[in-house]
Ligand binder design. Sequence first.
Ligand code: ADP
Length: 368
Amino acid sequence: MKALSQLRWQLIAAQMLVVVVGVVVLAIAADRLGSGIFAADLRARLEGVPMAERAAVEAALLASFRKATGQALLAAGAAAAVVGLTTSVLLLRQILRPLNEIARSSQRIAEGRYDERVAVPASDELAIVATSFNQMAESLERVEQQRVALIGNVAHELRTPLTGIEGYLEGLIDGVFAPEPSVFGDMQHEVRRMRRLIDDLQTLSHVEAGQVSLHLAEVDLVELARRVVNQLRPQTITNCLELTVLPETPSLIVRADPDRLAQILLNLVGNAIRYTPEGGCITVRLGVAGAMARAEVIDTGIGIPPEELPYIFERFYRVDRSRSRASGGSGIGLTIARHLAWAMGGELTAESAGPGKGSTFTLTMPLR
Ligand code: ADP
């Protein structure tokens, strides 16, 4: 605010300086040039007049010329100063009002009022400033909303296993449950769920902050995919799922962190197993797409509705909350997987023809 009032006085002083310099330059020009021309003209007209008389008339007329131009310049200077002052005050008001408003609004945003916006003025340049300010305020508000939602989500996710453990403990204390290994096993299951969630949250905070440490090496994607599939194969037995790796080339060497790459594939194939009903098929197809290696995890599972597709990489987003939670899903696996893919120069996308029509998750990684 202080800076703006300083600017006001600086601009008014600059305007006045222009008027003063203009008047001084005009006065010098009138005195040097105007007087010379006037005197020469006078001399020509006074030809024939006796010398003694001529000098006196010339001096008197020159003095009167100087007086007249001086007075005219004074009047013109005063008029220019009044006009200059008025226009600069009007102009300043037009410029400073929106700037003052932006300064006040930023103060309010700094105090935590993220819904603050400024009116967009008519002037082009100021409109750009005001629009950019409003855009900045909007993204700050969005970040704040996400932060609040994140806290709510974390609290909610932690409460679920905690409520389970509390229930078992109360049952044990009241004697409703006998202290048998199965009860402790169920409690352990809930504790593990909490641990997994906390580990996932920690990984998420690292990947989102870009702080994940990568040990890049040359990795054979075909071999890695086979390893991941073999690791998860036991989980396909209960649902009689068919799980196959389909490489289009014998090997696909990519530059990536092998553990992180395995983590992404484990998440994608794990999800495919979780969301594919009995007797379904899961195929991991591997090939080349331009300068990238491509791994597609294709399933014949429950699919994803088109309106949900844009959100499934968002934190805690689950198409079917109860189904995902019942199977131990936290809704942040895909968020982590996508950030890991980005960190290694790759991309992760999802497609689905709709509910009941299966899904395809495509991971691309830069080739060696
Ligand atoms: P979750 O741990 O809940 O599986 P993810 O981040 O891995 O979390 O997945 C987010 C959501 O995306 C899931 O809850 C599910 O609704 C949907 N999803 C992920 N993979 C598939 C798939 N292969 N088929 C259908 N839906 C899927």
